[in-house]
Design a protein around this ligand. Sequence first.
Ligand SMILES: [Zn+2]
Length: 115
Amino acid sequence: MHEYSIVTALIEQCETLAKQHQANAVERVDIKIGLLSGVEPHLLSQAFETFKLDSLCANATLNIRIQPLILQCNDCSNQSEQSQRTIICPQCGSHHTQIIDGEDMMLMQLELDTN
Ligand SMILES: [Zn+2]
């Protein structure tokens, strides 16, 4: 499953950061999931609960923030936040738009236990 490989990579990333900061454990993991990333938050958190057990994240809480789609219009320069998949500018109806955010999944913040 897609989410499993994402979680494996995420946990590796957390462990690398934890080691860099001489931390014994990760307490909290904050991530953002773009609406268009194709990642299912529910499946991701399930996979995290399973895979974290053998890692420095064993006791970590996963916080997921859903990042709406941010659309920048090339015609009227309007920037809008979309809760649905669209490329149409809500202000002028143009489809000459760029997606600024909402397409990826990112690790935002870690809370580490350094004691
Ligand atoms: Zn526009």
